[in-house]
Design a protein around this ligand. Structure first.
Ligand SMILES: *[C@@H]1O[C@H](CO)[C@@H](O)[C@H](O)[C@H]1NC(C)=O
Ligand SMILES: *[C@@H]1O[C@H](CO)[C@@H](O)[C@H](O)[C@H]1NC(C)=O
Ligand SMILES: *[C@@H]1O[C@H](CO)[C@@H](O)[C@H](O)[C@H]1NC(C)=O
Ligand SMILES: [Ca+2]
Length: 534
């Protein structure tokens, strides 16, 4: 291909072709040349070039300079595209790593910005690959710092401001400018796709920069962020470190306790299938596991352990009883042992208190108490809270939001997204006109789980098995709503056998538009029509 470009040059020199500048179409005819002759840093203030490369579909690019903790050493690219990577300063002591992938074919002129997760610092290359494979121009940033810790926030409020709102907005603005310069026409529509912290970023975009996006997919959003960090710090002082007195082992969590939660709650929806279809109805009673006086088979809990469970599954409140954060999702036990109740500090919360709230890198997360949740929310740096009651400017410009949340989420409780949507709906009776929320039964955090959890929410492998169709793909659903005025009524999730596309579909289920409730009508529970949203 490089050879093609140089042949073209010599033909041009012989005047067989018209001079390059005379014809815009010759750029399109040679996408590699169009890419390599582009000078992105000329269009964006305070930008320097890191990469400019033409990548053919099917190439696996090596991301050797990417922070190892991001665990993204390489990425398979799914379209012929121009990859642009810049560093853009956001202040004299902060800046973003910026990636913009521009596919050769751009028929619908759609741009999508992608979000981050946790407390990181990691471009979601898999989301860039996924969306460019669908013909979007796609942007991602490192959210202002590299890697998966919050240490870069320490004594650098500019890095924190990037994380709170500025990195995504800076990246989106640059992406709009560059797509227009590259394709010689502006993006017709601008979208956002993210989950978890990325869900918060989407809501923050609608709140603070209402013109940035026409459509936003904000999954499992980390809204009411300061209280969320408090709630997630709550667990470690309750469980204590691994091996402390009355410590509950992972085996008891994943075996005994999970089984008991399912015994109490799985059948409430009419089908015993490992899925707690309507988590609101599940009020787990840990007393059921209290050891009988002479029981010593190890399959029961003592009084102190039962009290731990009571606290872990209860709504999180201040001493005066007022709510800090809704209760954890029951049924998440086999996953929640990996982080929130692993008998170790939850790193995102620990970092938030260490490097932002307390400015004390030695702070020990076992010391956490609810006064720190209040302190974090009083500090609320750069208004990271992200808990709007109304989004008037976003609504007025015709913007649309789809949110979704798994019913067995192990990192952010889905009850919080319901609380968030309910609060907004009290302020706007017509919230469904622009903001729709779907409860996804049996999904863990953002993906995975016993339910029908695959619906094109990101670049993980199952996304490729989901047709780009509004009924089954949430990104297609936001496009249909924005571009054709067709709001989603349900969101059909797919469960692949062993979560492996190649093995075929196990079952599908139509997830309900909140506040409708999934209701079993009878018949084969794997048939979507055996259920209705009432
Ligand atoms: C962050 O990572 C990018 C590569 O993804 C690299 O170019 C940049 O130098 C890194 N920044 C810092 C501050 O290490
Ligand atoms: C961008 O560069 C200009 C000078 O070219 C400087 O005045 C400005 O402060 C820079 N902005 C940032 C965010 O670094
Ligand atoms: C699915 O995974 C389970 C456990 O890993 C395995 O026993 C089973 O054979 C797999 N099923 C298929 C169809 O591959
Ligand atoms: Ca069930």
């Amino acid at each position: 291909m490089l050879g093609t470009a140089s042949i073209w040059m010599s033909l041009a020199a012989l005047n067989i072709f018209p001079p390059f500048t005379a014809s815009a179409t010759s750029w399109v005819d040679d996408p590699r040349r169009r890419c390599l002759s582009f000078e992105p840093e000329k269009f964006v203030a305070n930008a320097t070039r890191t990469w400019l490369e033409y990548v053919s579909r099917g190439t696996t690019i090596q991301l050797s300079d990417n922070d190892a903790s991001c665990n993204r050493p390489s990425q398979l690219v799914e379209a012929d595209l121009c990859r642009i990577a810049l560093h853009i300063d956001t202040s004299h002591r902060s800046g973003i790593t910026f990636e913009l992938w521009l596919p050769d074919e751009w028929p619908a002129a759609r741009l999508v910005s992608t979000g981050n997760g946790g407390i990181d610092g990691c471009v979601k290359y898999e989301d860039l690959a996924y969306t460019t494979g669908l013909g979007f121009a796609a942007m991602g940033t490192n959210n202002g710092h590299n890697g998966t810790t919050g240490a870069p926030f320490y004594h650098n409020p500019d890095v924190l401001e990037d994380y709170a709102h500025r990195a995504l907005h800076t990246g989106t603005a640059a992406a709009k400018t560059l797509t227009e310069a590259f394709y010689k026409k502006p993006a017709a529509r601008s979208y956002y796709l993210g989950c978890s912290l990325g869900g918060r970023m989407g809501i923050k975009g609608a709140e603070r920069y209402p013109d940035d996006y026409d459509g936003i997919v904000a999954g499992c959003p980390a809204v009411d962020f300061n209280h969320l960090q408090g709630q997630r710090a709550m667990f470690y002082p309750i469980t204590g470190p691994v091996g402390s007195s009355n410590y509950i082992s992972h085996q008891l969590w994943t075996g005994l306790i999970h089984d008991e939660v399912l015994r109490q709650c799985d059948g409430l929806d009419g089908v015993v299938d490992g899925i707690i279809e309507v988590p609101d109805r599940c009020h787990f009673k840990p007393e059921a596991l209290l050891c009988a006086p002479d029981q010593d088979d190890g399959l029961c809990l003592n009084k102190q352990q039962v009290e731990q469970l009571r606290q872990i599954y209860a709504p999180y409140t201040y001493p005066d009883g007022s709510l800090i954060f809704p209760r954890m999702n029951p049924g998440n036990e086999i996953m929640v042992v990996q982080k929130l109740i692993s008998g170790a500090p939850f790193s995102y919360s620990q970092d938030w208190f260490r490097y932002v709230v307390l400015n004390d890198p030695t702070w020990d997360a076992i010391e956490y108490d609810s006064s720190l949740a209040r302190r974090a929310d009083d500090l609320n740096p750069f208004d990271i809270r992200t808990y709007p009651e109304t989004l008037p400017a976003f609504k007025a410009r015709g913007g649309k939001i789809i949110s979704y949340h798994g019913g067995q989420d192990n990192q952010i409780t889905s009850f919080n997204t319901a609380r968030f949507w309910d609060r907004m709906s009290r302020a706007d009776q017509r919230l469904h006109d622009y903001f729709r929320f779907f409860r996804v039964s049996g999904m863990f955090h953002c993906n995975g789980g016993p339910g029908a959890w695959a619906f094109g929410q990101g670049g993980g492998a199952p996304a490729k098995g989901i047709a780009f169709e509004p009924r089954t793909n949430v990104l297609a659903a936001i496009v249909a709503w924005v571009e054709r005025g067709e709001p989603p009524e349900t969101l059909t999730g797919t469960k692949f056998i062993n979560d492996t596309v190649a093995l075929g579909v196990d079952f599908q289920r139509r997830h309900c538009l909140y506040p409708k409730t999934q209701t079993y009508l009878g018949g084969n529970h794997k048939d979507p029509s055996s259920w209705n949203c009432l």
